[in-house]
Design a protein around this ligand. Structure first.
Ligand code: ATP
Length: 267
């Protein structure tokens, strides 16, 4: 059972992420190699960004790729939801932020992931009020102390980068900004392949072609995951029905194109 704010190495892997090659390369360079080969960076005296902002529409893999980076680097992962941090610790917000970073340092190498980070960094005067201001101030202090943050990387995620305080987005804070877009038709195929990994998909099913279908237009990765769930359920129910009715020549135990057609009709 994983509690919020609890650290562990995630199970999500690179292979679970469809597309997003640009972000993957960027994180490999800026996070994975730095965690795996700290001595090399030390030798070169590298002073690189340790704070990243993933922004873009919901359900396109921000959380997923952050977890995959941690897995790839063998780093602990602490998942914090911005609004919950505010709600939980009203009156002790600065302490909560300090505790969080100190916990991250103790379990270094560690990736500290702030979901809905915009809720912590709303521009002064807008929504929120004093709790936000105080959390923001403490967050900036923690983010600025890069030299004490050996092995701790911070990734923020937001659907609304435009409401964020510019001070938070400067170099040395959430300084590197990466856009996570809705997948292209080609990338939808890659996502379906990633989601189909370890599933008994019949070799006749052309996942790239399904990804390019008009019915999949504008679907996010999360939508495609929902589609895949529907497909799996349809195939499983078919097999259960066939086995309980002990139909002769019961359908094969694989996921076939017809299951995708049925699922797409439902969506
Ligand atoms: P939000 O902004 O709503 O927090 P998010 O961008 O963080 O969304 P995720 O939580 O990473 O999105 O994605 C939700 C689920 O959708 C994932 O657990 C995964 O099943 C699926 N998914 C999304 N994007 C991808 C992708 N690129 N490859 C494979 N699966 C994906």
């Amino acid at each position: 059972l994983k509690r919020e704010g609890f650290s562990s190495i995630p199970n999500e892997r690179w292979e679970d992420v469809g597309g997003l090659d640009f972000i993957r390369e960027s994180f490999y360079r800026d996070i994975v190699t730095r965690i795996k080969y700290p001595e090399v960076y030390e030798k070169f005296g590298a002073d690189m960004e340790v704070g990243f902002l993933l922004y873009g529409p919901p359900g396109c893999g921000k959380t997923l790729i952050a977890k995959a980076v941690a897995n790839e680097a063998g780093a602990n992962f602490i998942h914090i939801k911005g609004p919950e941090l505010l709600k939980k610790y009203v009156g002790e917000s600065e302490l909560a932020v300090r505790t969080l970073f100190s916990r991250a340092r103790t379990c270094s190498p560690c990736i500290l992931f702030f979901d809905e980070v915009d809720s912590l960094t709303t521009k002064h005067g807008e929504e929120g009020g004093w709790v936000v201001e105080r959390v923001l101030k403490q967050l900036l202090i923690e983010l600025s102390g890069a030299e004490q943050r050996q092995g701790v990387f911070v990734i923020g995620a937001t659907n609304r980068p435009e409401v964020m305080d510019d001070a938070v987005l400067r170099p040395g804070r959430f300084g590197k900004h990466l856009y996570v877009p809705l997948p292209s038709p080609y990338e939808r195929g890659l996502i379906l392949k990633a989601l189909a990994r370890n599933k008994p998909v019949d070799p006749s099913v052309d996942l790239s072609a399904i990804g390019r279908m008009e019915a999949c237009e504008n679907l996010s990765g999360a939508d495609l995951a929902a589609l895949m769930n529907e497909v799996v359920t349809t195939a499983a129910l078919e097999e259960i029905t066939a086995s309980t009715e002990s139909t002769p020549n019961a359908t094969s135990h694989t996921i076939r194109a017809a299951h995708f057609e049925l699922a797409l009709d439902k969506i």
